[in-house]
Each structure stands twice: as structure tokens, then as C-alpha cells.
Design a protein around this ligand. Structure first.
Ligand code: SAM
Length: 364
């Protein structure tokens, strides 16, 4: 079920037969190609954070809730190296400031890659604003990283479709099942585990407001992932040898469908109430530009840069198990060249339209 929004962004309803809930007046409609796709996603999510935080603050004030004197705490899960995380958390801070200039705000970025922390820190300097505190949390976003009932808003952009194959939840997956055929199982276990920890961290009335890549049917493919898998297979086969490597685990991404996303919320003991669960369709911004200028080289280069941007750290880590460091660098470079050549040879085949999921849930 699609509702068209100015033909650039549409929503698929989480419930059958109707749009649930109706489109909000301040939902952003994003023109593809205007800015980087993940920045667009962050801007979109930031608007939702502003709206939902505003609602929480208003209800705390009108109910005379004792929480209205406590700091507002926000955490961004899977922050990357900083700029989009800053967009999300700044919008939270600005919303609180507008509502009550005296109220303290504490924000945290959470990343599992320790080497991103230097850049993250520069994006999250305090600039000496009063009563605004910023922190960085190193660890898996699957875990509870903050005290119980202490967090007002948990957010995350473009990260929750990544699985954590080193996480302790992997102990629940039988060794023989640790291949691509059980990614769905790992994704289900980790999604539920994540929700349990978020439910513990959130203060009553607090909200989870997240966006990540999903799919509208179990058969739908993730084009950047497909490109990578083909390129990895070709390059490793040619340069490393024909051993049976499960290259499909090199980039541990799983795109959940709406029923898979909604499943943990059916358990009432979770104390998280699902308020919104939607798919937003986004055409490929690079391909939209290609349709206008027919410049294959530019298209292949920009799209490859995007693929490299989200996958190179994971790919390098995976290759460490396959080849020595110096060799791994060369293999990475060959793999992205292979990706670029594929896009160049058939731009129509390789377009990165995607379904982005937006989930809002409230702590009961
Ligand atoms: C595609 S990036 C998105 C970064 C940022 N949120 C943005 O909007 O640009 C996904 C990030 O999630 C991080 N990530 C993936 N799995 C994680 C986990 N289990 N715990 C913490 N961070 C994780 C990755 O290291 C990566 O930086």
C-alpha cells in the first residue's frame, strides 16, 4: 500500500489497507539528488525527533511530571564518524532549548569502532553552551549502555540493519547455522535483544525514533550489497583462489521486512508500544541525476563512492581473516574497481532505490 508524497517519497503502511498513522504535516519531502543520501535520511529523522521530543516535553509540563526538572537524555546508536549524528542530536538539543532554555540536555554518540572516536569528538564539541553535555559511548548498540530508565530519546540512522557477528547473542546461533541462510535468524535474535535493552534504558514516556534500511518483501534485494557480493566473489576467486569462502558474510547486513520489525512488539512484557512502523521508498539519487545528464562515469564513480563509504571498514575487517594486511588493501581496491566497472557497464541494472524503515516506539 503506497501513498504518494510529491512523487519523491512515499510510505508503505505498517497496517493493511490504511496509512498508519496518517502522514504528519511536518514530515519532510526530500528531493533526491540535492544532498548525500544518508544526510537526507538524517535530516528527515531529525524532523521526527523534533516533533516527538516536543510532544514529550509538553506532556511533562502539562502533567506536572517530576521528570520536567531532570535533564533530557538522548543517545544516537551507530553514530559513524559524526556529521549525521550531530544533525540528529542538535535537533534534540534545539527542541529542548526552545521549550525550556534552562533545562539541561545530555547527548551520547554510540559507536563500536574505537578509531572513529577522534573524528566523532570533533563533531560533538560543546562550544561552551551552558547545560549541554555530550558523551561518546564505545560498544555494540545491541547492549544496554546507559542506566535503566535514564534515557528520553534513543535514535539511530542507517545503522540498525547491520548485524553484530561478534556479539554474545551469536552464542544462541548453532555454529552450523552461522552462514548466510541464518542471517534472518541472527537478525531476529539481535532485534529482540536490542529492543529489550532499549526498553530498559528508556524512561517511561521516552521514545525510540530510528530509521534504517528495510525491504518491502522477503524477495527484495539490496543492490549495493548484491554488487559487493559479486565483486568480492570475482576478485577473491581470481586473486586468492577458489576456496569455499562464505563471502556473503563479509558485509553482515540484513534487511528486515515490516512483519519482522514488528514481531518483538507483540510481546507485551517488552513495555515498548509501537507507534509507527513504516517503509519510505526512496529512488536512487545518483540514478535520478544520471537520468538527467546521462553521464555514466560520474554515476559509476559517485555510486561506488557511496558503496565504499558504508562498507569499507567491514570489508577490511573480513579480509584480515583471508589475506595479510598489505594484500588485503589491494584486494579492497580491486573489489571497488570491480563494483565501479559493473555499474559503468550497466547503469540501468544497478540502481540503488531503497526502502527505509521508520520506527517510533514509546516506553509504557
Ligand atoms: C552506515 S553507518 C551510519 C552512520 C551514521 N549513523 C550516519 O547516519 O551517517 C553505520 C554505522 O553503524 C555502526 N555500527 C554497526 N553495527 C554496530 C553495533 N553493533 N554497535 C555500534 N555501532 C555499530 C558502524 O560502525 C557504522 O559506523
Amino acid at each position: 500500500m503506497f501513498e504518494s508524497m510529491n512523487s519523491t517519497l512515499s510510505y508503505e503502511s505498517a497496517t493493511q489497507g490504511s496509512t498508519y498513522p496518517p502522514r504528519q504535516p511536518d514530515d519532510t519531502v526530500i528531493q533526491p539528488g540535492s544532498i548525500k543520501p544518508q544526510t537526507q535520511d538524517a535530516e528527515f529523522l531529525a524532523n521526527i525527533i523534533a516533533r516527538e521530543t516536543g510532544k514529550i516535553l509538553k506532556s511533562q509540563t502539562s502533567a506536572g511530571d517530576s521528570n520536567r526538572c531532570l535533564p533530557v537524555v538522548g543517545v544516537d546508536r551507530g553514530s559513524g564518524w559524526g556529521p549525521n549524528s550531530r544533525i540528529l542530536l542538535d535537533r534534540l538539543t534545539q527542541t529542548v532549548r526552545r521549550h525550556d532554555p534552562r533545562r539541561a540536555v545530555i547527548t551520547y554518540c554510540n559507536e563500536r569502532q574505537p578509531d572513529t572516536f577522534g573524528r566523532l569528538a570533533t563533531y560533538h564539541q560543546n562550544e561552551s553552551q551552558e547545560r549541554i553535555y555530550r558523551g561518546l559511548l564505545c560498544g555494540s548498540f545491541l547492549d544496554q549502555l546507559l542506566p535503566s530508565s535514564s534515557v528520553t530519546i534513543v535514535t539511530s540512522n542507517a545503522a540498525l540493519h547491520w548485524l553484530d557477528l561478534k556479539h554474545r547473542t551469536m552464542e544462541r546461533v548453532a555454529f552450523s547455522q552461522r552462514n548466510v541462510h541464518c542471517l534472518a535468524k541472527i537478525a531476529a535474535i539481535q532485534w529482540r535483544y536490542f529492543m529489550q535493552n532499549i526498553a530498559a534504558e528508556l524512561t517511561p514516556g521516552g521514545k525510540l525514533i530510528v530509521s534504517f534500511v528495510g525491504r518491502n518483501s522477503a524477495a527484495a534485494e539490496h543492490v549495493p550489497l548484491q554488487l559487493l557480493q559479486l565483486a568480492i566473489r570475482d576478485v577473491l576467486h581470481e586473486k586468492v583462489g577458489p576456496e569455499q569462502l562464505d563471502f556473503r558474510l563479509a558485509i553482515p547486513i540484513y534487511l528486515r521486512t515490516l512483519p519482522e520489525i514488528r514481531r518483538p512488539f507483540q510481546d507485551r512484557s517488552l513495555s515498548l508500544v509501537l507507534e509507527k512502523c513504516q517503509l519510505a521508498y526512496q529512488p536512487c539519487p545518483y540514478f535520478e541525476q544520471f537520468k538527467r545528464d546521462r553521464d555514466r562515469q560520474r554515476y559509476a564513480s559517485e555510486f561506488t563512492q557511496f558503496v565504499r563509504g558504508f562498507s569499507s571498514v567491514a570489508l577490511m575487517q573480513w579480509l584480515h581473516g583471508v589475506a595479510p594486511e598489505s594484500r588485503a588493501q589491494q584486494l579492497v581496491s580491486d573489489i571497488y574497481q570491480n563494483v565501479q566497472a559493473r555499474i559503468l557497464s550497466d547503469p540501468q541494472r544497478w540502481t540503488m532505490s531503497k526502502h527505509r524503515v521508520i520506527v517510533i516506539a514509546a516506553k509504557a
